[in-house]
Design a protein around this ligand. Structure first.
Ligand code: G3H
Ligand code: 13P
Ligand code: ZN
Length: 305
């Protein structure tokens, strides 16, 4: 059975660690993440963006997630960056156990108003809502913000009180995608501490992929043209967890692992056209990446329900 988002996050808040929230778009990605969680005895959040839902279909994702939840680790199924009320309603009805309402692109008043509405809708299902204040930079399929507006600590307190959310995504310098920093990677840890002093609910870090150099090198060796990507170093993630982050989103690192592995297989075995031989190694590499993330987040070994 799927576990509620707030059940997993409340434990993380009490235990001072962060749980990985990994974006899934198909069966292999989900299997990679769940295998990592089982191997690491870790709770895990699998999350679907609105883009993932239109790609794979709500029913397929639901079946994949429910199958994943039969494993012996707590698994939450979360909507990532919900911006469409009808998608929120569909996910709740289908059994998603966490909802993110992303009103961060709206003016303050509208962010509060729409987030409150998402909380009200989700309450009926006993499901907690993750809200977002400030903007996380970068651009992906359906989620984009041109610039980063850092979260103001006092506004964060007011936002949590006014909306009744169960978790808050904060902007402290991360951005979505593979190109997060042009100079030295640095998160605004001082701001995080100030937010943590005022906000008592779990805090969420988006755009947190590490973009490991070894993965970029492998992808490039087999033909990827990725330029000079830069992620959030593990030490910065560890510091963010120490200062109060309880949920860490990862999509880009899984995409890079998938890409690097598929390219390698296609290059090394040009005669092989069996999808299982192409997707299998990609699944393994995504699992390896997810396992490493779980170690860094501190959620490894925390699977006890
Ligand atoms: O934060 C965004 C996630 O990486 C999902 O991206 O909208 O392209 O599925 P997507
Ligand atoms: P990355 O692009 O850094 O993996 O962030 C993903 C994310 O925040 C999903 O909501
Ligand atoms: Zn995000």
């Amino acid at each position: 059975m799927l576990t509620k988002l707030q059940t997993i996050l409340k434990k993380a808040l009490r235990g001072h660690y962060a749980v990985g929230a990994f974006n899934i778009n198909n069966m292999e990605i989900c299997q990679a993440v769940i295998r990592a969680a089982v191997e690491k005895k870790s709770p895990v959040i699998i999350q679907t963006s609105e883009g993932a839902i239109s790609y794979a279909g709500l029913d397929y994702l639901k079946c994949i997630a429910e199958t994943a939840a039969k494993q012996k680790v707590p698994v939450a199924l979360h909507l990532d960056h919900g911006r469409d009320v009808s998608t929120v309603k569909k996910c709740l009805k289908a059994g998603w156990t966490g909802i993110m309402w992303d009103g961060s692109h709206l003016p303050w008043k509208d962010n509060v108003k729409t987030t409150k509405k998402a909380v009200k809708l989700s309450e009926k299902y006993g499901v907690g809502v993750e809200g977002e204040l400030g903007t996380i930079g970068g651009a992906e399929d359906k989620v984009s913000a041109r610039e980063i507006i850092y979260t103001d600590p006092d506004s964060a307190k007011e936002f949590v009180e006014k909306t009744g959310i169960s978790a808050l995504a904060v902007a402290i310098g991360t951005s979505h995608g593979a190109y997060k920093f042009s100079g030295k990677a640095k998160l605004d840890i001082h701001r995080l501490k100030e937010i943590r002093k005022r906000v008592k609910i779990p805090l969420v870090l988006h755009g947190a992929s590490g973009v490991p150099h070894w993965l970029i090198t492998q992808a490039a060796r087999y033909g990827a043209q990725l330029g000079k990507p830069e992620g959030v170093p593990d030490e910065q993630i560890r510091l963010a967890v120490k200062e109060g982050i309880n949920k860490i989103n990862t999509d880009t690192d899984l995409r890079l692992a998938f890409d690097a592995a598929v390219r390698k297989t296609l290059k090394e075995k040009p005669e092989d056209f069996d999808p299982r031989h192409i997707l299998g190694p990609a699944r393994d590499l995504m699992q390896k990446v997810a396992e490493h993330r779980m170690d860094v987040f501190g959620c490894a070994g925390k699977a006890k329900r």
